[in-house]
Design a protein around this ligand. Sequence first.
Ligand code: ADP
Ligand code: MG
Length: 335
Amino acid sequence: MVKIENLTKYYGIFKAVNNISFEIPDNEIIGFLGPNGAGKSTTMNIITGFLPATSGNVTVEGYNIQSQPKAAKRQIGYLPEFPPLYQDMKVKEYLKFVAGIKEVNRYMVKKQIADVMEQLKITDRADQIIKSLSKGFKQRVGFAQALLGSPKILILDEPTVGLDPSQIIEVRALIKELKKTHSVILSTHILQEVEAVCDRVIIIAEGEIRANNTMEELTSMAGKNPVITISVDGARTPVVNLIKSAEGFISLINIEQIEHNVYEYKIEVKGENTRKDLLKKLVIADFNVRQVSIETANLEEIFVKLSSPKEKKSNIQKLRDIAKEYEETEEDTNA
Ligand code: ADP
Ligand code: MG
């Protein structure tokens, strides 16, 4: 079990991780999902003791990563975004070197290396120079070094990035296999990866946790709110105002221009009634509705919504918004 409490990390004046807390329970696979730059690697580097936190606490199996780094690190196998492979070493030679660093009992070294090579199906590559391996095999060597020392917890930073589809399937199968004996947290920016292997998902964006749910919870969240897609002739502002006033309106997910003066709106709503109410309002206001459809929101939309930037507007942005409103009012008057 890993406990992360109120973790914050600044790089200079930039806050990359903002007061996050979560746990990695035993024998669960957690997906740490977020867009690029969300703070995933930073968090993982802190959990594994490669980077100091600015504030907050991490304990691994009860050991504090800052005050008891040796004991804490012994519990963790880490596959970083860029595994520290020594390109000029042979596979087995490199694994011996890592076993040394991890202080694997010297009577156990041989067997452990043989076991992890077997598990990763790289036994026949034992004497190959690492730099001559394909990306897929290099990743397996990365996994092998993470498994040395029999850690309880595996921390995998974007483990399938850069792999081809068949390698991705292999790695996912491997991770599911490892779940039987380890707790796993893997980071990814791909929702399908989480759907394919994880029990629980933690969504991170802009250094903050936006969701921490089981896959079932997320799926049911996704199933709850239908999404209306509607295209309407005319300027956006009055239509947006009508949409927001419709019964059961929850949020405006997206607006896209599809033709000159025709916009398509995606709206998250409470139920079927919203469509009727919205259509009625639009008709009364004399808008020409081109198309309307309603569908149950999917996971992808939930993820996009949860991980999209929050509205923290700078003064410049506020001025730009005012200018845009003004332009739109002009458009309206011309229309
Ligand atoms: P992710 O792994 O989710 O893509 P990172 O943790 O790598 O995100 O980065 C989070 C944010 O911190 C990004 O905006 C990134 O540019 C910034 N960042 C990462 N490492 C450093 C660093 N060493 N110095 C300054 N900023 C950094
Ligand atoms: Mg990263």
